[in-house]
Write a protein that binds this ligand. Structure first.
Ligand code: FES
Ligand code: FE2
Length: 338
């Protein structure tokens, strides 16, 4: 699990005022909430007194109160009140705190910094074209595999004809040779603009000749951006480790076409079934991985997976050396049959 990087934390709309939300990220228990003025915060979800989850407590103004003995904490994690102490008790509250996490809220997403410091030097992932609009669709699933397997499953083109074959996406048994150009980006690689594959019926609904860009970036963020005339569609899939063996995968969609919004209720089953297909194959794969088999990434269809491991290792290496990350990849063209 990569450290010193921004992870997708929680969708903005999941954090309602006054509510505390428990999450596990990188094997840490977290509580997310909003203060009275709407500012999002995240703390370690263990009271430093006797360990009760703070998410079982409540928000009082801009403080979080533990459910067990009422210790309260600011959003910076500092203990502000221990109600059972008498006024002249010498306990020093300034020595008591719970870990607080640096967050950025933008475009309907709350990103969380997992690592040292506050992440000010590392860019937060940005969705093109959408301004600060929240997504029209948010759908999240837990995958029973490590973030590495989830990410590789996300950028692996070769599973598509086997796992995602369905009447609304492509014709059964159809395979064509694909050639895609890739360029390195700040934290990953971009598949540069090209005509959308003509075997995708969904793309035709957009109108015009669509241009597609797919950006992949650490720690496991894939952004698909389609432009057709004045319209755009953006899909983001973000992987966040729950722990070593489970990964939260959140899919979000934005679009500019009003008519598409009318179809949102009809679109949801397709989104669900698409991700459920990935989820089902991960369950099968996890069964095989229990035996710790040797794995073999092979040829151009697996090249993006190899790039992922290469930039991930480089990210860790440069963080350890205290140096800025330099992307080790160079421009390349890949070919495969899907
Ligand atoms: S466990 Fe939280 S106040 Fe005691
Ligand atoms: Fe998939």
């Amino acid at each position: 699990m990569l450290k010193n990087i921004w992870y997708f934390g929680v969708a903005s709309r999941a954090l309602q005022p006054g509510k505390l939300v428990h999450r596990e990220i990188c094997a840490q228990p977290l509580v997310f909430g909003r203060t009275g003025d709407g500012t999002a915060f995240a703390l370690q979800d263990n009271c430093p007194h006797r360990g009760a989850p703070l998410s079982e407590g409540r928000i009082k103004g801009d403080q979080v109160e533990c459910c067990y003995h009422g210790w309260t904490f600011g959003t910076d994690g500092k203990c502000t009140t221990i109600p059972a102490l008498v006024d002249d008790d010498p306990v020093d509250l300034s020595k008591i705190n719970v870990r607080s996490y640096s967050l950025r809220e933008q475009q309907g997403i709350i990103w969380i910094w997992v690592g040292e410091g506050d992440g000010a030097n590392v860019p937060v992932p940005k969705i093109p074209d959408v301004g600060d609009k929240p997504p029209q669709i948010v759908h999240a699933l837990d995958f029973d595999v490590s973030i590495d397997h989830a990410v590789v499953g996300l950028i692996d083109p070769a599973h598509t004809p086997h796992v995602h074959e369905s009447w609304w996406w492509r014709r059964p048994g159809e395979r064509r040779e694909k050639e895609k150009k890739f360029v390195p980006s700040a934290l990953g690689f971009d598949m540069t603009s090209h005509r959308a594959s003509s075997n995708s019926r969904i793309y035709r609904l957009l109108g015009g000749a669509p241009q597609v860009e797919i950006a992949f970036a650490l720690p496991g963020i894939r952004i698909e951006h389609i432009r057709a005339g004045r319209n755009f569609y953006c899909g983001m899939t973000a992987c966040t480790p729950i722990d070593e063996n489970r990964t939260l995968t959140t899919h979000m969609m934005w679009w500019s076409m009003r008519w598409l919004t009318l179809f949102r209720p009809a679109a949801m089953p397709f989104v669900r079934s698409f991700l459920a297909q990935d989820q089902a194959v991960f369950v099968k794969q996890a069964r095989g991985l229990r035996w710790n088999p040797a794995l073999r990434l092979t040829g151009q269809p697996d090249q993006q997976a190899k790039w992922y491991f290469r930039i991930k290792n480089e990210w860790e290496r440069s963080a350890e050396a205290g140096k800025p990350f330099e992307n080790p990849l160079s421009e390349a063209t890949l070919r495969w049959r899907t």
